[in-house]
Design a protein around this ligand. Structure first.
Ligand code: BES
Ligand code: MN
Ligand code: ZN
Length: 524
């Protein structure tokens, strides 16, 4: 491994170009790969129909014999007579009666994956033009842009000899659309590509090993974002400054490690759009009073501390900073888009290690809020660093605070890799996050937060214990955090099951950047 490589973020911000195509004769479009959507019932999408007529019915023949239009399936046809594109990619859309934004997104992902496999540099999708319920052209274009950017993601930062030829070649996605939808499509594509780049940043930070992606490295990455975008300001507080804030709970975790902790404070402020009428602008003003604050757990490696974790799959605890990575990815996207919002990002970041200075079971620490905590398990460290960041968040008088954390194994048991766990006592905030999850295909599931669960956090020696025992482990973790969030509207996303995948495809997913970006798009 090349420890001499100064900058591991070489891929980040790698551009995916995009454009629209409003020509009526799609079969004459010169493009390396052209998508043609096919429903399971044998129904051809409008574009597929035009292509089929141009080549004398070759697609209809295949639909009868071989290609059944199963959602996300693809079949590549080469050099069709009368068609300019050398490759037509049939893309299955499932049953027409069940067509949805979710299926459309899956189809775009399948097409993008096929284009990467075909090793083409540019491609044209016609799938955005297919109407589907509860989605706009802009939504579908966003999906197409993020699918292409995501499919072109690769990680080789820490390969001794990166296989440059194996890197995806896809650099440009075009979307075929009617003239009247061109403006909305371009907007959506721009959003999708920016989202894809934010997801890529989150994935790369997650995938980098703990010996490279340290708290200092995360701080430097945040500073890099501020250099790239004048709308982002960053302040990285060091151990001394964290101590001056009296973040005794955060520091108790950090002190077991030789890596110095950092507290990263990001401030994004987008310009408000040109005011059209004074009435609408005052309405907009009423919508957001105070910034949205995003708080990301930044444990760059979680050994468990003295309550040490078993060795098998402990390597995956390098992903314990994926909450932090999702905050940085979200900032990259919203700054790229210039969303007219104010957003604060807070990232407490350190390692959870074993040493003579580490927390011990039974230790009592004092949080920034003044509340004391008995540490019954040093592996429940995420909540110990988050609670002080949540107290710090008060000073911004936020309209909402959302923390994002790979917080509990219990959440993986409850929800697996499908849904992130959503915890909030605020129904309106919870609903808007659930909605953003559905819109972006990055879904969450609401979990209970009844006061009765608080009982499990009782301690004989402090204001609370840091664990609540086996039952409802992800709920008691959320209940612990709730004790530091009384001053504002708050929601917690437990992404322990969704932020990365294990096994053969081990790697960061970039979730929940799509959910967070969609939530902020809906606010703007
Ligand atoms: N980072 C882990 C949570 C985690 C574990 C995420 C496994 C994904 C997979 C967190 O710091 C942790 O260790 N939580 C403990 C809490 C327990 C001690 C109450 C857990 O879930 O086991
Ligand atoms: Mn832990
Ligand atoms: Zn952890």
């Amino acid at each position: 491994m090349r420890d001499n490589r100064k900058n591991y973020l070489t891929n980040i911000g790698s551009q995916m170009d995009f454009s629209t195509n409003t020509s009526v004769s799609i079969h004459q479009t010169k493009t390396a790969a052209l998508a043609a959507g096919i429903f399971a019932d044998g129904v051809l999408s409008p574009a597929a129909d035009v292509i089929d007529r141009a080549c004398g019915g070759a697609i209809r023949d295949l639909v009868k014999s071989e290609f059944k239009g199963k959602t996300g399936s693809t079949l590549v046809l080469r050099n069709l007579q009368g068609v300019s594109a050398p490759r037509i990619v049939l893309v299955g859309l499932g049953k027409q009666s069940e067509y949805s934004a979710r299926v459309h997104a899956k189809a775009e992902q399948a097409f993008a994956a096929a284009c990467v496999q075909l090793r083409v540099v540019e491609a044209t999708s016609t799938l955005v033009s297919i109407a589907c319920p509860e989605s706009t052209v802009q939504d579908r274009a966003r999906s197409a842009g993020s699918a292409a950017t995501d499919a072109a993601y690769y990680y080789d930062e820490t390969m001794g000899k990166p296989d440059v030829d194996a890197r995806p070649k896809l650099k440009k996605i075009s979307v075929w659309i009617g003239k009247s939808d061109q403006a909305a499509t371009e907007k959506g594509l721009k959003e999708g590509v920016a989202l894809g780049q934010g997801v890529s940043l989150a994935r790369t930070l997650g995938n980098l090993p703990g010996n490279i992606c340290t708290p200092t490295y995360l701080g430097d990455s945040a500073k890099k974002l501020a250099k790239q975008f004048s709308s982002i300001k960053v302040n990285v507080l060091d151990q001394k400054q964290i101590a001056a804030l009296k973040m005794g709970s955060f520091l108790s975790v950090a002190k077991g490690s030789d890596q110095p902790p950092k507290f990263i404070v990001l401030h994004y402020k987008g310009k408000a759009p040109a005011k059209t009428a004074s009435k609408t602008s005052s309405k907009q003003h009423a919508k957001q009073q105070g910034p949205v604050v995003l708080v990301g757990k930044g444990i760059t490696f979680d050994s468990g501390g003295v309550s040490i974790k078993p060795a098998a799959t402990m390597d995956e605890m390098k992903f314990d900073m994926c909450g932090a990575a999702s905050v940085l990815g979200t900032f990259q996207t919203i700054a790229q888009l210039g969303l007219p919002l104010e957003v604060i990002g807070l990232i407490p970041t350190c390692e959870n290690m074993v040493s003579g200075r580490a927390n011990k079971p039974g230790d009592v620490v004092t949080s920034m809020s003044g509340q004391t905590i008995e540490i019954l398990n040093t592996d429940a460290e995420g909540r110990l660093i988050l609670c002080d960041a949540l107290t710090y968040a008060e000073r911004f008088k936020p309209s909402a605070v959302i923390d994002i954390a790979t917080l509990t194994g219990a959440c993986v048991v409850a929800l697996g890799g499908v849904n992130s766990g959503l915890f909030s006592k605020d129904d309106a905030l919870a609903e808007s996050l659930l909605k953003a999850g559905k819109q972006s295909g990055d879904t969450a599931w609401r979990m209970p937060m009844d006061d009765a669960y608080q009982e499990q956090l009782k301690s004989n020696f402090a204001d609370m214990a840091n664990i609540g025992g086996m039952p409802a482990g992800s709920v008691t973790a959320a209940c612990f955090l709730s004790r530091f969030t009384k001053a504002y509207r708050w929601a917690h996303l437990d992404i322990a099951g969704t932020a990365w995948k294990g096994g053969a495809t081990k790697g960061s997913t970039g979730r929940p950047v799509p959910l967070l970006v969609q939530y902020l798009l809906n606010q703007a």
